[in-house]
Write a protein that binds this ligand. Structure first.
Ligand code: ZN
Length: 158
């Protein structure tokens, strides 16, 4: 298990557009494993490669209760959205803060898996929110720009 340092807001790597992944190298495989380890260790529901300082279009997500349903999305694209949900959102790159963000309530997306095979995924509620949040990271966007009202302080132990 290898953890990577999570970059925090203010680090300009978080504001850049990431590059498409062309092939899975051993280095990419290691990055993916480290991203999963780092996400689980930080109790996050998602992590994007730029958050660990790598400008590649890779995200990992796990919204399951037990943290045993990892989703890997390489070069992801949103195909369809519908509905609306407003709820509290946080980010490992903005520690100790949360704020209300409105997102689609349903998202259909496509991405490539660890073998560069394309797949589609549909999600509602938290999964839809996580997909939108993580994909924004790949375009250098943070949720704080979408927050309605002030950012709130949250107890880091929560
Ligand atoms: Zn985030």
């Amino acid at each position: 298990m290898a953890l990577r340092k999570v970059r925090v807001m203010g680090d300009e790597v978080l504001n850049q557009v990431c590059k498409e992944v062309k092939e899975i190298t051993p280095r990419t495989q290691m990055l993916i494993e480290d991203m999963l380890d780092t996400m689980y260790e930080s109790n996050g529901v998602g992590l994007a490669a730029p958050q660990v300082g790598v400008l590649k279009r890779i995200v990992v997500i796990d919204v399951s209760e037990n943290g045993d349903e990892p989703i890997l999305m390489i070069n992801p694209k949103i195909l369809e959205t519908s509905g609306e949900q407003t709820g509290s959102e946080g980010c490992l790159s903005v520690p100790g803060k949360a704020g209300n963000v409105t997102r689609p309530n349903y998202v259909k997306a496509m991405a490539y898996d660890e073998n560069m095979e394309p797949f589609e995924i549909e999600g509602t509620e938290l999964l839809a929110r996580a997909i939108c949040h993580e994909l924004d990271h790949l375009d250098g966007k943070l949720y704080v720009d979408l927050v309605e009202g002030p950012l709130q302080d949250v107890d880091a132990e929560e």
